[in-house]
Ligand binder design. Structure first.
Ligand SMILES: [Zn+2]
Length: 141
């Protein structure tokens, strides 16, 4: 075995922390947070004007319409999976008050799922973007 081989292997080594179960769970949670098609809840089915909602129900991304799965995406639900992934990836507790380190959050969110993350954070009421800074909002649970 030549001495060069381990160096080449290092070059292609991916961030192993991305394979930690809570991080994988967080990404699959994001993937499943939305269902295809517009929202069909009672309110939407009646044709309510969505601009009057405090949180949107139907979203457009990836060139299609999606609805948020309410049963599993309350702010406290998102907070819970995010906290677990954050702890296992960064080895530090995520404070659910104040500014959210979005740069760190992005490092363990699969690129293909970042659009969902950007939609889910405000839609669930967990965080909102204020002047380019993500700020976590207190969860009542
Ligand atoms: Zn709806």
């Amino acid at each position: 075995m030549s001495a060069e081989q381990p160096m080449i292997a290092d070059l292609f080594e991916v961030d192993k922390r991305l394979t930690l179960k809570p991080v994988v769970d967080f990404n699959s949670y994001l993937r499943n947070a939305f269902g295809e098609g517009p929202c069909s809840c009672h309110r939407c089915a009646e044709g309510s004007d969505q601009s009057s909602y405090s949180h949107a129900h139907t979203f457009t991304f990836e060139g299609r319409q999606w609805h948020r799965r309410f049963a599993s995406t309350a702010g406290s639900d998102v907070a819970q999976v995010l906290k677990k992934a954050w702890l296992s990836y960064t080895k530090a507790d995520l404070s659910l008050v104040g500014a959210l380190d979005f740069t760190t959050l992005k490092t363990f969110t699969e690129p293909a799922l970042r659009e969902r993350l950007l939609v889910l954070l405000p839609a669930s009421g967990l965080a909102r973007e204020i002047d380019g800074q993500w700020v976590l909002q207190a969860q009542a649970d």
